[in-house]
Design a protein around this ligand. Sequence first.
Ligand SMILES: [Zn+2]
Length: 311
Amino acid sequence: MSKTLQARIRCPNCKNQFEATLYRSIWIEFPENRKLIFDDNINRVTCPACKMQTKLEFPFLCTNVKEHIAVWYEPYPDADVEKDAQLYARHHGPSSFYATAPRIRDWNAFKEKIVELEERTGVKLPSRLSPEMQEKMQGFMNHLKDNQAKKQQEKAKSRVGSAVGIFSSVINAVRGDKAKREMTVAHAEVVVTAYGAILESGPVPGTVADDSELPFPKETIKQALLLLLRTRSDPKLREHLKSGFILLADWQSGVGPVRLGVDFTKIDLTQDAMVLAKRHKADAEAAEKWLAVAKAEQEALVTELQALGLW
Ligand SMILES: [Zn+2]
C-alpha cells in the first residue's frame, strides 16, 4: 500500500496553518499514482484559506514492486530516508532493489530515473510495432537517453551540496511554479521519453485506447513533441518525433478502460474459430466509431504539422 501521513502545513502565502495528507511512499504500478508524480501533483496541497497551491518538497519513495523498481525523491538529506533504507536492507537484504533504491534530489532527475528504470525492466519485445516502427522508436529512445546522460553530467557538476530545509524548498517550489508554465526543453524530453516508453505497450494499430493511459495529458505530450521538433535538427530524430505526434491519435478521451478494436496480438488461437470470429465482429463494431475518430484526428495532426512547417 502507498503510505501517507498527516502533516501540519504553514501556508507560505497567508501563514494560515492547516492539516494535509502527504505521500511518504507511493505505488506507481497504479497508473493514477504514476500520473500524480508525472503531472507534478504529488504532495501538492491547497491552502483552505487563500486557495494557494504549494507543491511540498517532501521526501517519498516510489515503487513498482512487480518490476523491482524503487526510487527515493529526497530533496534534502533526510535522516528518516536513511533509517528506512537501513531497515529495507535488514528486511529484504542489502542488495534488494528496496535497499539499493537511488536517492534523487532533483525533481526532474527523479522522474527521469523512474522512466529509465521502467525502460530497463519493462523493455519487452514491442511485438505490436512493425519492424520499421520498432527501429524508429529504438533510435528515438537512444537519442533521448544520450541527451539525458549529457545533461545529468552537467547537472552533477553544477550541483551545490547545501542542505535545504523544508521551508526554503517550499518557497522555491512556489517560485518555480511561475517558470513552469512555459515548457522547457528538459521537461519536454522527460515527457517525450515517458511517451516513447508507453508507445511500446500502447494501442496496437487498429485499436484505440483511453487517453488516461498516457503518462502525461495528451496536450502536454503534443506541446513537448512540437517543442522538440522546433529545436532539433537531426533528421532521423525528427522523423521519430513526427511519428509519435501522429500516433497520439490512437489515444482518445472517453474510450474507457478496455481498448477497442481487434488486437491481433491477443487473439487466443485455442478458441473455437466461430466463437472468435463472432467476438471479433462485435469488437470491431464497437471500435468502429473510435477508429473513425482516431483516423480523423490523425489527419488533423498531419495537417497541423504541415501548417506549422514542421512536416
Ligand atoms: Zn494560504
